[in-house]
Write a protein that binds this ligand. Sequence first.
Ligand code: ADP
Length: 253
Amino acid sequence: MSQISKMSAQKLNFYYGNFKALDAINLDFNENQVTALIGPSGCGKSTFLRCLNRMNDLIPGTRVEGSLTLDDGQLYDPKVDVVELRRRVGMVFQKPNPFPKTIFENVAYGLRVNGIHDQNLIAERVEVSLKGAALWDEVKDRINESALGLSGGQQQRLCIARAMAVEPEVLLMDEPCSALDPIATQKIEELIFELKKNFTIIIVTHSMQQAARVSDVTAFFYMGKLIETDKTETLFTRPKNKQTEDYITGRFG
Ligand code: ADP
């Protein structure tokens, strides 16, 4: 297992106006690993995830303190090109959100936005991305049909293909299975296992079972603080902190 740190938060604070939603978070994300962020609703998981590709910039009145790095670069350096940052750090959301376009165009979109116009290259990348998202076989004969005709699980895999098409390095997933049935969920979980060979993956999940199944490292958040982080197996079997233990044993949450 590689131990190269791809992203790192040091003493990260985050504010919505005067409300401090994240308090002194220190957390490293290693390459080719899946890190799960868990904790009760409102503990700051999504806020933290959205810091990692500066999605929070879009919310007025928010403020960040501390250090957040991708490789050696500071994410919140004013010189950072946020569009390029979001290409490197892709995101998949809770509800599948395909564009009302064809399956092909959904995946090709990000390539065109990033200035790629070579039709052969686009077609090739679309196919590779759909294969990478384990969707190609199901859609190859209907690639020019609307993406909205796909099932929820297929739509979510399409969104993963769309995120992958621009060749990101990190993939952020915000409860990617919460709108899916158990079979579609299993497919996404199997896909996450494959994807980590090529990407650094950070997933917010409300399901401890899912965290236990898909992640290498788990970070437990509570009321804006990172309480404990460890190898997933260790965190779920021998937590060091009482609050972690109470949460994973279902005493609150
Ligand atoms: P989680 O993902 O763990 O459920 P969130 O990151 O969504 O938690 O929320 C953390 C805290 O920040 C909560 O108290 C929530 O009410 C608050 N919060 C989230 N989004 C906003 C926002 N846009 N404006 C103000 N407060 C917010």
